[in-house]
Structure formats: C-alpha cells, structure tokens
Design a binder for this molecule. Structure first.
Ligand SMILES: Nc1ncnc2c1ncn2[C@@H]1O[C@H](COP(=O)(O)OP(=O)(O)OP(=O)(O)O)[C@@H](O)[C@H]1O
Length: 658
C-alpha cells in the first residue's frame, strides 16, 4: 500500500532571486514566498476521506450510503456463487446527543478469507471486483468509507466476522484504518469456535459505529432503498431493523438470475494501460505479441492479431520486447479496426419472470402513524402493492463497446395509486439525482399517445390534485421500472446515483418503453372507457331528479317509479347493455340553447382547452364544484354517438356544445 511520501520542497526560479527583505514591502515578501511550492503525497484513504462527496458520503447521506454499500456487497457476494441471499441489516441510534449510530449487516455470502479481511475492509482501492464482469461494486471504496468514517469520528473499532467458503472457519476482527497511510490496523483477530455469528457454510458480518445525521428525508430514502432492492432482487430474503421496528421482505421466488461471468476486454476498448497489463500477465512465458493479443481480448483471432501487428509496421516478437512507442501503434491500429460486437451472454439481467415477481408484489416500508399519534413508537410494517397489470420488455445492445442490456417493466393500476419512476443499475436502486438520469429523459420524450390515448383524455380522467407534475403520463397510476446492466454502467459520478445518456442507450430505452406503452394500451383504454361511463352515470343521476320533477309537475305520475326507471335505464346505458343509437335531429330542433332560454337560464361561454363551450349557469356551478375535488360530477366531454337518453339529458342540462 502507498506510504505517505516525505515532503519534497521545490524552490522555483522566482524564489532564487536575491532580494533583501528590508528593501521590500510585506505584500511583495508574500509574493516571493508564493514561488515556494510544497509538494506532498496523499494516501488514497486521506484523499477519499477529504473528498468523501466523490463517493457519495456527504453529511446527510452517510447512513444512506453505508446501508447501500453493505447491501450491495452482500448481494454481490451471494450472487457470485449462486447462493440465495439472506441479509439482515440493522440501524440503531446508540447516543442521540452525539448522533452516534451502529450499523450491522450480515449475509450468507462467500465471506472473505481471513488473511484478506483487513485490506479488503480498510485499504482504499482494494477490491475483488476489478475484472470485466457485471457487478454492483466497482471502485473498491464502499466498505473502506465506512471503516474510515468510523475511525475518524469514533474510538470504536469496526467489528467483522467472516467465514469464507474456502476456509470454512469463522474469524473475528477488530479493525481501524490508518487514514494517513491507507493501512489497516488490526486490533484483534481470533478464530471463533463458540458463539459463532454464522450458522451456514459461509457468511460475512460487519458492525460499525458512525456519527451521522438522519433527517426524515434520508430515513425515507433508506426505507425506499431497501424496498426497491427487494423489487429487483425478489429472490433475496431481507430483514431490516431500526429503532422504529423490524420488517422482513420475504423471498418471492427461488429462481435467481444466472450469475454474471467474467469476460475478456473488447479490443476496440484497448489503451496502452490495458495492453501493458495483458503483456504483464504473460511475463516469463516468452509469448509473442500475437499470442498475447489473441488470448487477452475477445473477438480477436490469432490471424487478426497478426494483421494488426503487421499494419502497425512491427515484427511479431516476444511481447516484452516492445517499447511503449511500438505498443501505442498497436493500440492505434486497434482503434481503427472493425471487430465483431462484444459478447452479451455473460451479463446477468433480471429477466422477465423475476422482475415480474418483484413488480406483482411490490413491497414498501410504511410507518404506522396511529401508533405515533398515541405517543408510542411508530412501528414499521411492510405493505404489498399488487398492480392489476404488468408488462416487460428488453433490448440487448452495445454502448461504447460495452455489452449492455436494457430492461423495462411497467406495473399499472390495482393498488398502485400514482406515478413513480424506478431506476436500477446492475440490480441496485438509484434514488438520488433522478433529474439528471437518462431514464427521466426517456419518460419525458416517449409520447403517451403510444398507449392509444391522448394527453387530453388522460388529463381529464386521471386528474389528480396531489400529482407533482402535470405531465400526462405522471397522472396515471403507473410504475415504470428501468434496469440497465453492463460490465461498466456509465454513471455520472462515483456516488453511482444517475446514469449518463451515453451512445445509443437512450434510443434503446425509448424502444423498450414504447413497447410497453403499446402492451398496456388496451387495459388503459378500457379503464378510460369505464371512468368515462362512471362520469356519465353521475351526470345522469344528477339530472334525473330534475327531469322527473319537471315531468311530474305537468303530468300525474309516480315520480319515485319514474326516477327508478330512469336510473336503471342510465345504468344499462353506461354499462353498454343498451346500444347507442344516434338521435335523429328533428326539423324543429329543441336545442340546448332553446331549453335554456325557455327555462330562463342564462347561457355563459366558457373556454376549455381552446374550445368555446356554452353552458348554463347551473352547469358552471357544477363544474366549479367538480374542479374543487367533487369528482362525483363528470367532466365535460365531446360525445360520439349519443343515445336518446344522453341527448335528452345533455340537452336538458344545456351541456351540448353549440
Ligand atoms: N459481504 C461481503 N462478502 C464477501 N466479500 C465482501 C463483502 N463485502 C466486501 N467484500 C469484498 O471486499 C471488497 C471491497 O469491498 P468495497 O465495498 O470496499 O468495494 P467494492 O464493493 O469492490 O466496490 P465499490 O466501492 O464500488 O463498492 C469487495 O470487492 C469484496 O471482494
């Protein structure tokens, strides 16, 4: 590991000028010293602690990031060996005055061999995941941030229990990080024989003390993170405990996606560093450059390797006999050469069955407010949302030479009451920075008319005073899930919270979403028709007593029976039992306006979506009440073929557009 370097002081040419201090004012003396540069080297640990925002560990987000890193590591560790994950996470406040928390996470994954535990946990930029493979972890920073923050802010050691598959024995460690050297400090290490933390063949448990703020927003993000993790990993059993209670997300399927496989890099992605690394792997084997190229890169046959070397104007000799100048020529030729697309079969998408299992039983954590109101602790519980419809679509593509799979799911209706966009990358939820994520752009750019409905219809039938946006799609009771999997997700920052719109990624995502809009269109159109029928029925029910009154004033009739008959007729009409027959307009047309005039009602013009509609004052009052939230009264609609009942009622009420 990197040692903190001794300080090197360099004196610049400016500072070597002979100047008598007494001759110059103080400001100029400072200028002289400005020329003296002090060069220092920072250990990786110091750099990341000083720039913790780079890894997402900022004041408000520390606990969220800790939860996230621990869960991701646990899932990676289980999936790499196809173990059905069983994860317990606990987050408890231990010292409110000093904002001290303990966070504990245990899993049944492959564990870490005891000799590797200290560096894997404490030394920054040490990872078991620096290979070309789809994994959640990427940088070799997550666990170290937890260890370093624990060291920096508390005098408690980080406690670790590890039982690796290869050793089969459980070890206990107490660790701290030497932040100035990036080295682990092992305070205790022993094999655990009794009171073992792990009951299965293998596993890993970590317990850290952290000083951090937990705002209500961050708390709800943590709850969302765990709920959403269970949506895309429905094969995991996750237990989560806080001071508010304990919840469990049951495993909903025993099927796990095939584990991702490690692959060779693609030659189009080659640079001097990757080429030199490939050559290093063959050191001492006297392999020629042709051999190294064809064995170290996918889609590069021995013949193609020979061609590349000759096009670079080089001889084929042992790989370690080339200088950098020659190697860069090889890299340049590779950049200009056309290769077959990279393999995609090593990726591990969620797949239709597993994502559908997650979407059809969407778990969300809720806090019981009633308990809180009674003065007792609010209790956590899990609510399961069951939509009435789900659909799935996917595309396999290559983005900047990286094989990528885009998966998209939609859950509609049922227990789902509003719109929500879910973003996942390599099976982890992304919760922050949604506004700058490519998925947000895709949702804004795919037109809702792909569902066979217009924005206007959606806005009329699904208008929701609580909706945060007035974008038509966001008024629907719809959850959209995007999952991107790749050996290298184009994250915008090391905090891994939003994905950049690289290459043609957006185009493939839009294609998936358009598929799904088409798939759900029949159901949404059916619901629109039902909502419209409901609107019409409430309109009829509103006017029937008025009509019955008017009739019974001129002829003797049992008004109760007449009202009943009209209501039944209206119900049959909206349910489609009575077929629609257009009204024959008579010569002596009884128009809405004429009825209004005869009834002495004043007609007022109202503008709706650019159309001027004439209405009676009573109708305007109804509309105003409806806008205030009285949704039992229907919306104004342009009807197609009206039945006699429609016509009579609308004309009586003066609704018909003139
Ligand atoms: N629960 C676990 N079970 C087994 N191995 C683990 C576990 N947690 C961490 N490791 C090992 O420790 C290494 C370092 O983990 P760390 O969280 O620091 O970085 P990472 O997961 O590789 O990358 P990132 O910084 O993107 O999270 C991992 O690569 C993995 O090999």
């Amino acid at each position: 590991m990197t040692q903190k370097a001794t300080t090197a002081e360099v004196t610049s040419a400016a500072a070597t000028a002979v100047v008598k201090p007494a001759d110059v004012p103080a400001s100029q003396t400072r200028a002289v010293h400005r020329g003296k540069v002090k060069y220092d080297k920072k250990a990786e640990s110091e750099f990341f602690v000083d720039n913790s925002a780079l890894a997402g560990f900022t004041g408000e987000r520390i606990l969220y990031m800790a939860v996230r890193e621990l869960i991701e590591n646990s899932l990676d560790s289980c999936e790499s060996s196809h173990i059905l994950p069983r994860i317990s996470l606990s987050l408890k406040m231990v010292d409110p005055a000093n904002e001290m928390w303990t966070i504990t996470c245990q899993d049944n994954g492959i564990g870490i061999p005891s000799d590797k535990v200290p560096v894997a946990v404490c030394s920054f930029l040490t990872s078991g995941k620096y290979v070309e493979k789809q994994q959640r972890g990427l940088f070799g920073v997550g666990l170290k941030m937890i260890a370093a923050f624990s060291t920096k802010d508390t005098d408690h050691p980080l406690k670790v229990w590890s039982k690796s598959l290869e050793e089969g024995a459980e070890y206990y460690f107490e660790l701290r990080t030497d932040i100035s050297t990036n080295r682990p400090i092992v305070l205790a290490k022993r094999q655990v024989k009794e009171d073992a933390a792990m009951s299965g063949d293998s596993g890993f448990r970590v317990e850290a003390m952290l000083r951090a703020k937990l705002s209500p927003i961050t708390k709800s993000r943590i709850y969302d993170y765990i709920s959403q993790t269970s949506v895309v990993n429905p094969y995991a059993h996750i237990e989560f405990e806080t001071d508010e209670g304990k919840v469990a997300f049951d495993r909903r399927t025993d099927r796990m996606p095939e584990p991702a496989k490690e692959v060779l890099p693609h030659p189009a992605d080659m640079d001097l560093k990757t080429l030199k690394k490939a050559i290093m792997n063959f050191m001492n084997q006297k392999t020629t450059l042709q051999g190294v190229l064809s064995d170290s890169f996918q889609k590069l046959s021995s013949e193609k390797a020979r061609q590349i070397i000759s096009e670079a104007g080089l001889e084929n000799k042992p790989a370690d006999k080339y200088d950098e100048h020659e190697l860069i020529k090889v890299v340049n030729i590779c950049k200009q050469t056309k290769f077959h697309m990279p393999n995609t079969d090593h990726l591990s998408p969620i797949g239709e069955d597993i994502l559908t299992a997650g979407m059809t039983q969407e778990y969300t954590i809720i806090t019981n407010k009633d308990e809180a109101a009674q003065g007792t602790q609010p209790q956590l519980s899990v609510k399961i949302l069951k939509p009435s419809l789900t659909a799935y679509s996917s595309r396999t593509c290559v983005i900047n030479n990286r094989p990528t799979i885009v998966e998209c799911g939609i859950a509609y209706g049922g227990d789902i009451g509003s719109f929500k966009l879910y973003r996942f990358a390599n099976k982890i939820p992304l919760l922050y920075d949604e506004g700058s994520d490519v998925a947000r752009e895709v949702v804004s750019e795919v037109e809702i008319n792909k569902m066979g409905i217009s924005k206007k219809e959606v806005k009329e039938q699904f208008a929701n005073p609580d909706a945060k946006s007035d974008r038509a799609v966001e008024l629907l009771p719809l959850h959209i899930f995007f999952h991107i999997c790749s050996t290298k997700i184009p994250y915008k920052t090391a905090g891994k919270e939003s994905i950049a719109s690289e290459g043609e990624l957006k185009r493939y995502m839009k294609a998936c979403l358009s598929d799904l809009y088409r798939k759900v269109s029949a159901q949404i159109r059916k619901e629109l028709r039902m909502k419209e029928a409901q609107s019409r029925l409430s309109l009829y029910k509103y006017y029937i007593p008025l009509i019955v009154n008017a009739i019974s004033e001129s002829i003797k009739i049992d008004s109760q029976k007449l009202e009943q008959a009209f209501t039944q007729l209206a119900e049959k009409h909206v349910s489609g039992e009575i077929t629609a027959t257009p009204v024959q307009e008579k010569e002596d047309e009884i128009t809405g306006e004429r009825i209004e005039e005869e009834a002495g009602e004043e007609v007022v013009e109202e503008e709706i979506d650019g159309e001027v509609v004439k209405r009676s004052k009573s109708q305007l009052a109804i509309n105003a009440a409806r806008r205030k939230g009285e949704r039992s009264k229907p919306k104004n609609k342009k009807e197609g073929g009206q039945t006699t009942l429609d016509a009579v009622l609308t004309k009586k009420g003066g609704r018909k557009k003139k």
